[in-house]
Design a protein around this ligand. Structure first.
Ligand SMILES: *[C@@H]1O[C@H](CO)[C@@H](O)[C@H](O)[C@H]1NC(C)=O
Ligand SMILES: *[C@@H]1O[C@H](CO)[C@@H](O)[C@H](O)[C@H]1NC(C)=O
Length: 290
């Protein structure tokens, strides 16, 4: 309901109908009661930056949208011609604690994040259009929206910035610099979508400002029993322009962050290999950790 109301008021920002993005929005809502059963599992790879007694005021991350494929090895490859394979790449201020999440934010606090989901449709054997979204709220809220009219394709350079500086409302910005290898982020973006409706009003003081992250995720599907999406094989995801700033004036990158891996027994164990330097954070798709 809340989602529908926000969508109606959002003007240019429209909640993506379930038919357009069947699995992309539902997973970002309520965590269920199965956390303990899957406690050793992890749906997230990447880097989680945390502070103690200091508020994070902004996080930036830039990445090229990867190309997805069906896995050719591992348990999910048997469904290569039947399933949708996907991977979600996003930048987050705060986190959604809960099932198989790397976030340590209290589950009463909010996240502010944006990203891109990419899909391999095994039934048709094609890459379907990637899809850019943003999300805010607590784990109990379902407040994910597609960026209506924001085009994004494999190879595009995307930059995401979330800010929560000063007393103003938090903001999130996504920019697309397109596929040209010679165009760097920071030039005039081909497209830019700053959604403001709902973000400030709904986050209020609840945003978890002790955590920020650059994440590659096998998100939860809204199915019973609840399972993570079959993780696509994908070309390496490399985040650059990694920058976290804090209220006390500290800056950080992925080298000061906790690295995490996607680990899903039913899909073949450790499915990513993450490596960080000051300049970049790379997430490779692997199988069984190798
Ligand atoms: C992913 O694709 C790469 C490149 O084709 C291949 O080497 C690798 O084995 C694939 N991994 C899986 C799990 O299918
Ligand atoms: C929220 O966290 C508390 C304390 O860690 C836990 O008892 C509760 O089950 C969690 N609720 C949800 C919806 O995850």
């Amino acid at each position: 309901m809340k989602t529908a109301i926000i969508a109606a008021l959002a003007g240019a920002l429209t909640a993506v109908p379930a038919s357009a993005a069947p699995e992309s929005l539902h997973h970002r809502g309520q965590m269920d009661q199965q956390r303990q059963r899957r406690a050793a599992e992890s749906i997230q790879a990447g880097a989680v930056f945390s502070t103690v007694s200091d508020d994070i005021t902004s996080i930036t991350g830039t990445f090229r949208v990867p190309d997805p494929f069906a896995p050719t090895a591992g348990p999910t490859s048997a469904n290569a011609d039947r399933a949708t394979f996907a991977v979600s790449i996003y930048v987050s201020l705060g986190g959604l604690a809960g099932e198989a999440s790397a976030s340590a934010c209290a589950n009463t606090t909010s996240t502010l994040r944006a990203g891109v989901d990419v899909f391999w449709d095994g039934i048709s054997g094609i890459v379907t259009a990637p899809f850019a979204w943003y999300q805010f709220g607590t784990p109990a809220e379902n407040t994910a929206f597609g960026y209506a009219g924001f085009g994004v394709a494999g190879g595009d350079l995307v930059r995401i910035t979330a800010t929560a500086a000063g007393t103003g409302n938090p903001t999130i910005l996504i920019e697309n610099y397109g596929p040209d290898a010679k165009v760097a982020a920071g030039a005039t973006p081909r497209e830019s979508a700053p959604p403001t409706y709902g973000v400030g009003d709904n986050l209020g003081a609840s945003l978890c400002k002790s955590e920020a992250s650059w994440i590659v995720e096998a998100y939860w599907l809204d199915e019973q029993p609840r399972v993570p999406v079959a993780l696509a094989n994908f070309t390496d995801v490399t985040f650059t322009e990694l920058a976290v700033k804090t209220k006390s004036g500290k800056t950080g990158d992925a080298t000061g962050a906790k690295l995490v891996e996607i680990n899903l027994a039913a899909q073949g164990g450790q499915l990513t290999k993450t490596a960080a330097s000051a300049a970049s954070l790379q997430v490779k798709r692997v199988l069984g950790g190798a």
